[in-house]
Design a protein around this ligand. Structure first.
Ligand code: NAI
Length: 331
């Protein structure tokens, strides 16, 4: 099957090529993002392979359908960038990689917590500058701290396991309760209670219409002064402007993010020689108690191997007319 692979990076080529030894797929690697302007590059392919910032809205799906493309293989778990209603109407099947390494994302979230709490980013630079003073590096013990986990699915569970290992008290908020988390001693509470009690809040729920801007002026008003907020899930869960106000007032004491609502204009590219036009992002970057990483939570060798393997298996299922276990539908 000929696959048009959008948003390709060097590492995508490497891992997809390695996983293809058990398949016979042909790749058309495209560095560009999938947008209404670039969709035509997929002409002649049987499948489009897309990543998180590729645009799979109605207009793009309609174009792909006119080229006879009725299968899309996402190299991601999240599918908030796909108009599932339009895909269903056009008869386009969408497959994803539901789980690759929840550990990768959970461990990255914990990395952000340690970095912010112990100010490791500042300490590293200071020591390299022969500045061995400790003023300004004061942290707090994670042991005994109350950690609120919003979304206790695969990643939230791994995250909870690690934080339990630190000796934290776990609060959870989810529409379903996880037995793994209950066994760890997590107490499920309402969102209001979690916001009011947690010293650290970590987001691990998907971006849906019901979770869009879950963290906003109103919910931020309910947290304790100095709370740490970690978002490794999706940028749209957080209203960034409201977070900036909460950082300015001290309501939030720390913010760690691996995702950003407008990230498709920034992340995964080297923009170090350009002037960033996004003033909200630049304001966020200006705080001493904010750490942003560029959507690298998934970026472990284990995860990339699993993503490539599942993606090519999904495409082989499409090609051979087998039932694909990883389809996502509008329901
Ligand atoms: P999952 O589907 O296993 O778990 C999501 C959990 O969120 C479920 O337990 C679900 O019941 C819960 N949930 C749904 N709606 C909710 C709501 N309104 N309030 C509270 N909880 C709600 O998903 P998984 O694998 O744990 O991934 C979570 C998210 O992490 C993904 O949706 C994706 O956005 C993000 N992610 C980020 C990556 C990164 O590189 N930073 C990589 C992979 C995923």
């Amino acid at each position: 099957m000929k696959i048009a692979v959008f948003s390709t990076k060097r590492y995508d080529r490497q891992f997809l090529a390695a996983a293809n030894t058990t398949h016979q797929h042909e790749f058309l690697f495209l560095e560009t993002r999938l947008t209404p302007d670039t969709a035509q590059l997929a002409k002649g392919a049987g499948v489009v392979c897309a990543f998180i910032n590729d645009q799979l809205d109605k207009s793009v799906l309609e174009q792909l359908a006119t080229y006879g493309i009725n299968h899309i293989a996402l190299r991601s778990a999240g599918f908030n960038n796909v108009d599932l209603e339009a895909a269903s109407q056009l008869g386009i099947k969408i497959a994803r990689v539901p789980a690759y390494s929840p550990y990768a994302v959970a461990e990255h979230a914990v990395g952000l917590i340690l970095m912010l709490n112990r100010k490791l980013y500042r300490a590293y630079n200071r020591v390299r500058d022969d500045n061995f003073a400790l003023d300004g590096l004061l942290g707090f013990d994670l042991h005994g701290s109350v950690v609120g986990v919003i979304g206790t699915g695969k990643i939230g569970q791994c995250f909870a396991q690690i934080m339990r290992g630190f000796g934290c008290q776990l609060l959870g908020y989810d529409v379903y309760q996880s037995q793994v988390c209950l066994d760890l001693g997590m107490t499920y509470v309402s969102l209001e209670e979690l916001l009011a009690q947690a010293k650290i809040i970590s987001l691990h729920c998907p971006l849906l219409s019901s979770t869009y801007h879950l963290i906003n002026e109103k919910t931020l008003a309910q947290v304790q002064p100095g709370t740490m907020l970690i978002n490794t899930s999706r940028g749209g869960l957080v209203n960034t402007r409201d977070v900036i106000e909460a950082l300015k007032s001290g309501r939030l004491g720390y913010f760690g993010a691996d995702v950003y609502e407008e990230e498709e204009e920034l992340f995964f590219e080297d923009l170090s020689g350009t002037v960033i036009q996004d003033d909200t992002f630049q304001r966020l970057q200006s705080f001493p108690n904010v750490v942003v990483t560029a959507h690298q939570g998934f970026f472990s060798r284990n995860a990339l191997e699993a993503i490539a393997t599942t993606t090519l298996n999904n495409i082989s299922d499409f090609e051979l007319g087998r039932d694909c276990p990883n389809l996502v539908g509008k329901d």
